[in-house]
Every structure is written in structure tokens, then in C-alpha cells.
Write a protein that binds this ligand. Structure first.
Ligand SMILES: Nc1ncnc2c1ncn2[C@@H]1O[C@H](COP(=O)(O)OP(=O)(O)O)[C@@H](O)[C@H]1O
Ligand SMILES: [Mg+2]
Length: 368
């Protein structure tokens, strides 16, 4: 072990100022990050874009005081690593925010998690590599009724999703059954349940879809018949993070079983947290399930590498939603650049520790 390996950088978690709550984002998550970092011997604090000034010698940061149960602000040294957790796209897109991030990078601060992903870009990046192109469902941008009709001819089962969506918001499922009196069947996801709309004509269908989408950009995607348990489809949530050597590594794999009346597997929409090995064994038997879990992990690493290559930036972590169909084939649905908290305690703990392992690596790299 060299001296370098013991170097403990200062880490700031970047978010937005908020008049009511001091700063935006998931405060519980931030608390866990700070507590983990402190217990590992790091100086770590929350900083808002507004307070971060690279020209200054110190910066105002927030830390959580466990005793009082309160957040307090104090003065900190400038960070070596900036862990970007700006919680929404609208804020992150602002020119003032982009300028601030650019200034930090120019001054030599390492940026961990440069930006949110867009669903369409992800598919474009993954299409480009032989190692990942067979994992992605057929996907097109949804620009017109005629484009939708063309895709429906080859794929009569589709998912319609906002390019910048999250947590199942705005997702629709569309089926075309030619022999039915009302051949178009559209399911629209509301908070916990979904509402079905049936119609005979493409024009009416399109009008209904437009009512949902407004001018928000959408993709249309081949629907995958997910493997299911107790008649409920499930998918896998994989957390991939870089480790202390700067290499992509699988932190954990979880499973989410859809709520009975939902078209997605999100927990706030009635979905439940499950053990992936148990679900896969139930369906495919022990041997195939073991093989599948290994394949899920190696596949996730290939996806992470390709997403990073495609994005043109250094990335540090991402979570991904993968489907498994009845034949045991793996499908990619999306990746999130700023992963939400995993409910599984073991994955959660490791995910927090890895933030610091990789930050230390980043800082060592930049010192050289
Ligand atoms: N093409 C598809 N076929 C089958 N199920 C899908 C498809 N796309 C999404 N889903 C289901 O919907 C969920 C949410 O989709 P996702 O792309 O992750 O959007 P969000 O950003 O809202 O989480 C997935 O986890 C999966 O359960
Ligand atoms: Mg998702």
C-alpha cells in the first residue's frame, strides 16, 4: 500500500438551494451519505450550487447532527470531489447550474455523476455495440400517428414512455388486436392503478395518447412479456458502481414485483421488493437461476461500460432496470444516472461505502 492509498479527499454532495428546506433532494439519503462518510473518516458535507464558489477559500456546507436531529451549516474546505445529486432535470439544465459545474471541473474538482440520462440516448448508445445491441427492445421516438401505426404492425404490444420520465410517471401500454371490434387497447398508468381505453380507429387512439403526452417527447418500445410470479410480472434492479480501483462492479441485484393493477413494478405504485434468486429459481429451477444471475451481473457491467462510452463522460454509478422474459432472455429498460435508495439493507450499505471508495480513487487520479 502506498501513501496515496490512504489519502482521504474532501467530498461535497451537490444539490440545489431551497427556501423552505435549506436544500433540495432526499434528506434521508443525504443523512446516510454523510454518516457513512464520517464513519469512514472522510470530510463530507452537502453544498448547494448557490453556495459553491470555487474562487473562495472555504465554502458553506451542511452536515447532519445526529444528537439534535438537525441540519446545521458551517464552513468547510473546498472539495476534491463533487458528488452530483441535483435531484431534478429542470434544475440541472439551468445555464447557471451548468456554468457552476463547468467552473468546478476547470478548477480541478472531480465530478462524480455528470448528468441525468435520457431514455432515447441510452438506446442509441447501446445500439452501437455488439455486446449490448441484442439486449434492447425495439425502440423508436414517437413523433406521429403514422409512425406509431408502422411500429404496431411489427410490434402489436408496445410501451410508451416519456424520454425523461421516472418512477413510472406517464407510462402507457398499448396493444393492437386486429380481430377485436375495438382493436386498440391503451392502458394509462395513474398513481396505483391503470385505466384502459379501447377504440376502433387510429385517429381516436392518437388523440387519446396526445391528451396524455402533451408536447413531452416520448419513445415507443417493443413490449416484453416479463417472467411473472403469482401472475405478477417482475423485473430486476441492478446497482452498478465503480469501486476503489475505478472499475465497474455490481453492488447488488434486487427484484420488484408489479402491483396487481399496475403496468410497472415501482414500489410506490403497489409493487413489492423481492429476492431475485428466489423468484428466478421458482420459475427456472436452481441451476438455470444461478446461470441467469451470473449473466445478469456480467450483462450489467457491459451495459455500464457502453453507456459510459456513449455518454462521452466519466461516470461513477448507475442503476438499471432489466427484464427477464419467459425464455430467460435479459432485456434492458433503462438506466438511472442518480440511483434511488435501494431498500435491501446489504445493497444499501455497500452502495454508500462505494461512493467513498470511488471518490478516493477519483481524487488520487487527479492528484497525479
Ligand atoms: N418495453 C417494456 N416491456 C415490458 N415492460 C416494460 C417495458 N418498459 C418498461 N416496462 C416496465 O415498466 C417499468 C418502468 O419502466 P422504465 O423504463 O424503468 O421507466 P421509469 O423511468 O418510469 O422507471 C419497468 O421497470 C418495467 O417493469
Ligand atoms: Mg425505471
Amino acid at each position: 500500500m502506498s501513501l496515496h492509498d490512504d489519502f482521504k479527499p474532501v467530498i461535497a454532495v451537490l444539490t440545489m438551494h431551497d427556501d423552505q428546506r435549506m436544500f433540495r433532494g432526499n434528506h434521508q439519503n443525504f443523512q446516510d451519505i454523510i454518516q457513512t462518510g464520517e464513519s469512514m473518516g472522510y470530510v463530507v458535507y452537502i453544498v448547494t450550487v448557490r453556495d459553491l464558489n470555487v474562487a473562495g477559500s472555504t465554502v458553506k456546507g451542511y452536515i447532519y447532527n445526529k444528537g439534535s436531529g438537525k441540519w446545521t451549516s458551517q464552513s468547510f474546505p473546498l472539495p476534491h470531489v463533487l458528488y452530483n445529486r441535483i435531484p431534478n432535470r429542470e434544475d440541472e439544465r439551468k445555464p447557471s447550474v451548468q456554468r457552476k459545474i463547468a467552473e468546478c471541473m476547470e478548477s480541478g474538482i472531480e465530478l462524480y455523476n455528470p448528468f441525468f440520462f435520457n431514455k432515447w440516448n441510452l438506446f442509441e448508445w447501446l445500439k452501437k455495440s455488439k455486446s449490448t445491441q441484442n439486449l434492447i427492445p425495439y425502440t423508436r421516438r414517437m413523433r406521429s400517428a403514422s409512425a406509431l401505426a408502422t411500429v404496431l404492425k411489427s410490434y402489436p404490444y408496445l410501451y410508451l414512455k416519456p424520454e425523461s420520465g421516472k418512477a413510472g410517471k406517464g407510462i402507457m401500454m398499448l396493444k393492437f388486436q386486429e380481430k377485436d371490434r375495438l382493436p386498440y387497447r391503451l392502458k394509462v398508468q395513474s398513481s396505483r392503478k391503470s385505466t384502459t381505453y379501447k377504440t376502433a380507429t387510429l385517429a381516436k387512439l392518437w388523440a387519446r395518447i396526445r391528451r396524455e403526452t402533451g408536447h413531452t417527447p416520448y419513445i415507443m418500445q417493443q413490449g416484453i412479456e416479463l417472467a411473472s410470479s403469482r401472475k405478477r410480472p417482475f423485473d430486476l434492479r441492478v446497482l452498478v458502481q465503480k469501486n476503489s480501483k475505478g472499475q465497474w462492479s455490481v453492488t447488488g441485484v434486487g427484484a420488484r414485483l408489479a402491483g396487481s393493477r399496475s403496468i410497472t413494478t415501482h414500489v410506490p405504485r403497489g409493487g413489492s421488493v423481492e429476492d431475485p434468486e428466489k423468484l428466478l429459481t421458482e420459475l427456472f429451477g436452481e441451476e438455470l437461476s444461478n446461470t441467469l444471475m451470473k449473466r445478469v451481473k456480467s450483462t450489467s457491467l457491459m451495459i455500464a461500460r457502453q453507456v459510459e462510452r456513449g455518454s462521452g463522460h466519466t461516470l461513477g454509478e448507475m442503476s438499471m432496470d432489466l427484464g427477464v422474459d419467459d425464455l430467460g432472455e435479459i432485456w434492458f429498460f433503462e438506466a438511472n444516472a442518480k440511483p434511488m435508495k435501494f431498500d435491501e439493507p446489504q445493497i444499501r450499505r455497500r452502495s454508500l461505502e462505494r461512493i467513498f471508495h470511488y471518490s478516493a480513487y477519483l481524487a488520487r487520479q487527479s492528484k497525479r
